[in-house]
Design a protein around this ligand. Structure first.
Ligand SMILES: N[C@@H](CCC[C@H](N)C(=O)O)C(=O)O
Length: 313
């Protein structure tokens, strides 16, 4: 069988994108690992399959019905898989790259005059994910901004007061450091470090050890606050840098949900005077995170489609 694919990335968090509008592709773990292999395949941190929400509902997948009940406009579904073949609930960079892919395929248009496909210029492009419907709009600079929905500090009030609810050990550390869990639809644990030098020197070859062990694993973000500034709109903003070890992948150049988690954790640590807008520097570039007044969080950043090809599998 021949698979036609597009390679894309969001701040160098890279994906193999496959259009499967009729839900015909059996994307099992083996196929995902073949596609993502950096030696034997295309190479990527994950696979994104674009399929129709109605098709997966018709095939008996309950998530399809839930998405259509939440928003019947969410006719396309992002089926995201980590490089190791595991399924993850959400991928923030992936949503932006999915939007660019759907735009290229003519399934959606962000142009004010409509253009081809669904017109997303007014309410945003509604797309289905395992973490619910996400809305994407396109900014004048070409960045995609995603309403990532509600976020939580699952440790509750105790964790919020203490500022942590987990102990994290990175390779080379002799004692655990405090980490804060943040739920973006997928799990994250954020640890603050005192300097960018220390961040740069970290050895993230192995998955950090997190105690207590999160039931479904966790992505781990190591973060350094860099200070305050003004966003281009004039509002106060914070800046942080981070590295991330992703569940099911390893260290990546960027993680959209991870950037949200890192910004929201630092915002929580700073208390009431903390800004809502954050610029997050990652090894692969920069994204913007905004805590919205309705309890949602927005992620904005670039999305690039770099080449297309086909693979015999
Ligand atoms: N890189 C993604 C997150 C992908 C899923 C993650 N590895 C998990 O298992 O939760 C992002 O941009 O959010």
């Amino acid at each position: 069988m021949k698979i036609e694919f597009t390679k894309g990335h969001g701040t160098h968090n890279d994906f193999v994108l496959v259009a499967d509008p009729k839900d015909e592709l059996d994307l099992d773990g083996d196929l995902v690992r073949r596609l993502t292999s950096r030696r034997g395949g295309v190479g990527a941190d994950g696979v994104i399959r674009l399929t129709s929400t109605a098709s997966i509902a018709g095939a008996g997948d309950a998530i399809g019905d839930e998405i259509l009940a939440e928003d019947p406009a969410a006719i396309w579904f992002m089926d995201y898989r980590n490089a190791d073949g595991s399924i993850a609930e959400m991928c923030g960079n992936g949503v932006r790259v999915f939007a660019a892919f759907a735009e290229k395929l003519g399934y959606v248009s962000f142009a004010a005059d409509g253009g081809r496909g669904q017109d997303a210029s007014r309410d945003g492009f509604a797309l289905g994910t395992r973490a619910g419907v996400k809305r994407v709009r396109k900014e004048p600079n070409g960045w995609y901004a995603v309403d990532m929905g509600p976020w939580f500090l699952p440790g509750g009030d105790e964790a919020r007061t203490a500022g942590y609810d987990a102990g994290v050990v990175v390779r080379g550390w002799t004692t655990p450091r405090p980490g804060l869990s943040v739920d973006l639809g997928n799990p994250h644990t954020v640890v603050a470090l005192p300097s960018a030098d220390e961040l740069e020197r970290l050895d993230l070859t192995d998955a950090p050890e997190v105690v207590p062990t999160p039931p479904h694993g966790t992505n781990v973000e190591l973060v350094v606050p860099l200070g305050d500034e003004r966003a281009p709109g004039g509002e106060p903003a914070g800046r942080i840098c981070m590295r991330v070890h992703e569940r099911g992948v390893g260290e990546t150049q960027s993680c959209g949900t991870g950037a949200c988690a890192a910004a929201l954790a630092v915002r929580a640590w700073q208390g009431n005077a903390a800004p809502d807008t954050w610029f997050v520097e990652v090894p692969g570039g920069e994204v913007r995170v905004r805590a919205l007044s309705d309890g949602h969080v927005e992620l904005a950043g670039p999305a690039e489609l770099v080449f297309t090809g086909s693979l015999e599998v």
